[in-house]
Design a protein around this ligand. Structure first.
Ligand code: VTB
Ligand code: MG
Ligand code: MG
Length: 325
């Protein structure tokens, strides 16, 4: 027990998490490209929940599918796991990028993060302004309050390339018109994505593979916490600011313990302590392959990692026990 206490979460849980995202990803992948986002999301939620309830944890969903009244399953506050095991907080998105999955476009994922109780930001389901880069750059390279041009120039300098060789990932939304203009004015390239900013942030950690150096812009706050959890494990820098632009949102956030609506959250304020993170590809993506349905097996591709050891594992699994899926 002493070892457990000093080392954070039980390391055995790391690999156990893989089954949870694998199962959700396979369920969603069966409905890839069918144009039905809701159906794909629902099967992913069901699958993730049933697998999660087999884990030896005393878990509470803190970032989930929504408030209890609007989300029948995996709602915020739902207790999951067998109840016998460590008390943990859970952030999850059984199908991150429902629209991508429905259209069978790249980078939809099943994702989950687990942390010690009280160590994930209890973010309401509002927007969050985010900025993120991968590991290997000096602290302070990015600043969410600085102009886009300054962030891109500092990053380019730290990388040792001209700004024209930097690529920023930004969600393709009208709200980003000005940001897009500012980035393009520097000569940097933009990868405009339809959805899936958890993947967008993770992609900054391997620019050689993904072609993405920096993530910028406004997406979901729950996705921000999940992305911060992932970066805590791989390394990198991230900042986020909730977009609490109405009295109603400020009041909702206050109920969740957020007193300063303008606060800039550093990565380790969104996900503290020992964090475990897993993501399985649903559709093919830049880092993870999507689920493959072969004649005799189903193949999944998962990344699973832990912040305290900084171990990053990729697991390609062939599932023969097809009845289970
Ligand atoms: C982003 C995107 C997600 O929500 O976080 C987005 O990355 C934000 O909301 O995949 P809008 O679609 O309203 O811009 C998702 O699209 C869905 O979770
Ligand atoms: Mg979801
Ligand atoms: Mg989502």
């Amino acid at each position: 027990m002493a070892k457990f206490a000093s080392n954070g979460l039980d390391r055995i849980l790391t690999l156990e998490l893989v089954r949870v995202t694998e199962r959700a990803a396979v369920a969603a992948a069966r409905l890839r490209g069918r144009g039905d986002e809701k159906a794909a999301d629902q099967v992913a939620v069901d699958a993730m929940r049933s697998e999660l309830n087999r884990l030896p944890i005393n878990g509470t969903v803190v970032i989930g599918e929504g408030e209890r009244d609007e989300a029948p399953m995996l709602y915020i506050g739902e207790e999951v796991g067998t109840g016998e095991g460590p008390a943990v907080d859970i952030a999850l998105d059984p199908l991150e990028g429902t629209t991508i999955c429905a259209k069978n476009l790249p980078n939809s994922l099943a994702v989950i993060a687990i942390a010690e109780k009280g160590s994930l930001l209890y973010a309401p389901d509002v927007y969050m302004d985010k900025i993120a880069i991968g590991p290997g750059y000096p602290a302070g390279t990015i600043d969410i309050d600085a102009p886009a041009a300054q962030n891109l120039e500092k990053l380019a300098k730290a990388k040792g390339v001209p700004v024209g060789e930097i690529t920023a990932c930004i969600l393709d939304r009208p709200r980003h018109a000005r940001l897009i203009e500012e980035v393009r004015a520097t000569g940097a390239a933009i990868r405009l994505i339809g959805d899936g900013d958890v993947a967008g942030v993770i992609h900054t950690t391997d620019p050689d593979e993904t072609g993405i150096d920096i993530y910028m812009g406004i997406g979901g706050a729950p996705e921000g916490v999940l992305a911060a959890a992932a970066l805590r494990c791989i390394g990198g820098q991230m900042q986020g600011r909730l977009q609490l632009n109405t009295d109603e949102k400020v009041a909702r956030a206050k109920k969740m313990g957020i007193d300063d609506p303008e606060k800039v959250y550093q990565m380790d304020e969104m996900a503290r302590g020992d964090v475990l993170f897993a993501a399985t590809g649903v559709t093919d993506g830049n880092l993870l392959a999507g689920v493959k349905f072969a004649r005799d097996f189903i193949q999944t591709h998962t990344i699973v990692m832990r912040s305290s050891s900084r171990t990053v594992r990729e697991i390609k699994a062939r599932h023969q026990d097809l009845d289970k899926f």
